[in-house]
Design a protein around this ligand. Structure first.
Ligand SMILES: [Cu+2]
Length: 354
């Protein structure tokens, strides 16, 4: 039994399902949700026709309905802005000469529109999925004040080197942070590389899948070469809450977002993608780019690439830096080469200008 069938099997309340049929910008999902020809609607026929016009690939190809979008303002975040939104926190120099870098992260429960008309009860850090991209420099002292404004207990567990009591898991250090409570996590920024953070309260899968994760970048002391830097967090939404799989897949919060709003980059200029996979419930994810290749630095912890490729596979919490230049102008797709995920939201375009 596929998860598409599961989705159509009555787990979703009828009104929600009707809503999905009306609004999801994706022909494949309509098939997924309907599971049978009996649910064919005028909308579906229209979508199929639109898809054919848009891509010439027919209804069975990688299709979507362009033009509709979620309400980014109501959501409080926009995947186009998340791409280049690095949160450096606030810094001051300590008596020792060392830099102290501080942030405040607030967990809250928040309904977000994950596809046009489809609301998802997310758990968020600072009101967004993914949470803010925290960025520091190797060797700094980091201090993260965590306030739990959610109705559920949470923590922040950082990847990186730190004392046991700062690990952000139950029963160690501050342990679980109950609703209305707060704590402070403090540790050194090491090692340099591309890391992540997420809640570590059980059931762990749900606490992550609801949206409690973000990117944590530690720059090397000497920095990295100048580039147009982008963050891409791969994740999904288990909209049925069956804990068995995802019904939607996304980069930076909203499925299909970069189909409607391509990632704008300049031809010939260096681009650096901080690529993170936090996808829950599915064992692997992947990233593939059309018409180009990139140098790949797994976890970003070495300054020499290990691979020159156009596709990488990542398990949950795996991440890596992709460095590339686009030799040709024009639109170039990127998507999960786990094509099932692509057709359920994990696809987009670069628009190369110049
Ligand atoms: Cu949690």
């Amino acid at each position: 039994m596929s998860r598409r069938k599961l989705l159509a099997g009555g787990v979703v309340a009828a009104p929600t399902l009707a809503l999905l049929h009306e609004t999801i910008p994706h022909q494949g999902l309509h098939h997924a949700l309907s599971g049978s020809a009996s649910a064919q609607t005028h909308d579906e026929a229209a979508h199929a026709a639109a898809a054919k016009m848009a891509h010439g690939g027919g209804a069975e190809g990688p299709t979507f309905r362009a033009g509709e979008s979620v309400d980014h303002a109501a959501n409080g975040f926009n995947p186009t802005e998340i791409l280049r939104d690095f949160d450096y926190g606030e810094t001051r120099r300590l008596g020792s000469g060392r830099v102290l870098r501080e942030w405040q992260l607030v967990a809250s429960d928040k309904e977000i529109e994950v596809a046009p008309g489809l609301s998802f009860p997310a758990w968020t850090y600072n009101g967004r999925v993914p949470g803010p991209t925290l960025r520091a420099r190797e060797g700094e002292l980091l201090r993260i004040r965590f306030v739990n404004g959610s109705h559920h207990p949470h923590t922040i567990h950082f990847h990186g080197l730190h004392p046991s009591v700062m690990d952000g898991i139950p029963d160690i250090g501050a342990g679980i942070i109950e609703p209305g409570k707060s704590t402070v996590y403090e540790f050194e920024a090491e090692p340099f590389g591309l890391h992540l953070y997420h809640c570590h309260v059980g059931p762990l899968a749900e606490h992550i899948a609801r949206g409690l994760y973000g990117t944590f970048i530690v720059d090397p002391k000497q920095g990295r070469a100048e580039a147009d830097e982008l963050v891409m967090v791969q994740h999904g939404y288990n909209t049925t809450f069956d804990g068995e799989g995802n019904q939607l897949y996304a980069v930076n919060g909203i499925p299909f977002h970069y189909m409607n709003e391509p990632v704008r980059v300049n031809r010939g200029e260096p681009v650096r993608i901080y690529l993170v996979n936090v996808l829950e419930y599915d064992p692997i994810n992947s990233f593939h780019i059309h018409g180009n290749f990139f140098d790949y630095f797994p976890t970003g912890t070495r300054l020499e690439p290990t691979e020159f490729t156009d596709t990488v596979i990542q398990g949950q919490a795996q991440r890596g830096i992709c460095e590339l230049r686009f030799p040709h102008a024009g639109p170039f797709m990127f998507h999960a080469h786990k094509t099932e995920f692509a057709e359920l939201g994990w696809m987009g375009f670069f628009e190369v200008e110049g």
